[in-house]
Design a binder for this molecule. Structure first.
Ligand code: MRU
Length: 346
């Protein structure tokens, strides 16, 4: 099972809106289809949409080259189109910026498409390695084995190129006998937990219990979970973390019950231009996602709906952030500044 595959002139995406009911693939042969797939959540999860957008740009460059257009002049418009698909996950702009930088390093226009393809493949390959490193570092959190861990949304193989971030840590910890079971929040409104996380874990034979989001507090109170781990869409310099709506509530509950709250994310999810999470743009999605469930309308027609797709968890509620460079502990501003310096990040 692979969320993203690239072969020559086609980006093949596993359609995540069809899971777990059916295993369907979408062949994207132009950048518009890639943009649509990102908007519709056919491909979703911060690292996965970054990698998909990178290949979208390759397809856009090919289209322009085939029509004899000026790549240097028109490719920024393609990048802008892809960027405007979803606002919160910074991996999208990170990947597109990295791709556009290729234009400066290639002198001959004839080489641009090949160089872009190489860069997109590199982004994809690096995500694999980064997730493996995050998962290894995550083991550090489980000196003592625990019975169960809670996760929210899907930060697994589907949300990345392979393996996952939060689910990568879970996979590794489970393989090492450090975790006995996963509790998965269903993650309303679009059920990434119920549909995707549960599906991934069951495929791997990792024991998983599905709960609705409003059960998390009770599960903690009953001491059924000893830790929480989630992924991230954007992390500010002070350690504030944007992730799927509902993450903030879980973090508040974890603090109340004295349960460690971990975030697993690659450096491509850090926004070194933002001091705090206050200025993270939060995507608002269509009201029908809340007013209906499984295609069935559940609220009176015309009701006013608020549907933010993400929230921001303040850094004070976070115990540690696991990156490919190791485990960051508070004060996060110091820890993040030091990896930024080490990496020469901007
Ligand atoms: O709206 P989604 O499904 O793209 O939201 C995904 C999440 O919030 C994930 O937790 C996050 O992107 C991390 S994925 C490794």
């Amino acid at each position: 099972m692979k969320s993203i595959q690239w072969s020559n002139d086609c980006l093949c995406l596993l359609n995540q809106t069809a899971l777990p009911g059916s295993l369907e693939y979408i062949d994207c042969r132009d950048h518009r289809r890639v943009g649509e797939a990102i908007k519709r959540l056919e491909v979703r999860g911060a690292p996965a949409i970054g990698a998909a957008a990178a290949f979208g740009l390759v397809l856009g460059a090919r289209e322009l080259a085939a029509n004899g257009e000026n790549l240097r002049m028109l490719l920024p418009q393609v990048a802008e189109e892809l960027l405007n698909t979803r606002p919160t996950a910074v991996n999208l702009s990170w990947a597109l910026k990295r791709m556009m930088a290729v234009l400066d390093s290639v002198s001959s226009d004839a080489d641009i498409v090949v160089a872009l393809e190489q860069e997109a493949v590199a982004i994809m390959e690096e995500d694999r390695q980064v997730n493996a490193a995050i998962s290894r570092h995550g083991l550090e959190l489980f000196e003592q084995p625990i019975h169960a861990i809670l996760t929210h949304c899907n930060a697994g193989a589907l949300a990345t190129v392979e393996y996952g971030t939060a689910l990568g840590v879970i996979r590794q910890a489970w393989a090492n006998g450090k975790i006995g079971r996963v509790f998965a929040d269903e993650t309303r409104p679009l059920l990434q937990g119920a549909r995707l996380t549960v599906w991934e874990l069951m495929q791997d034979g990792i024991p998983v219990t599905l709960i609705t989001d409003n059960m998390a507090g009770w599960v903690m109170k009953k001491q059924m979970v000893q830790a929480v781990i989630v992924g991230a869409d954007r992390i500010a310099l002070n350690g504030d973390v944007a992730n799927k709506i509902g993450t903030y509530s879980v973090a508040v509950l974890a603090q109340k019950h004295n349960i460690p709250f971990y975030v697993a994310a690659p450096l491509s999810t850090f926004d070194f231009s933002l001091q705090t999470g206050d200025s993270i743009p939060i995507e608002e999605r269509d009201s029908c996602e809340v007013a209906a469930f499984g295609g069935q309308v559940v609220a009176p027609a015309g009701v006013e709906v608020f549907n933010p797709a993400f929230d921001v968890t303040p850094h004070e509620l976070i115990t540690a952030i696991i990156t490919e460079h190791g485990v960051l502990r508070p004060p996060f501003c110091t820890a993040i500044a030091s990896i930024q310096k080490e990496k020469g990040g901007k």
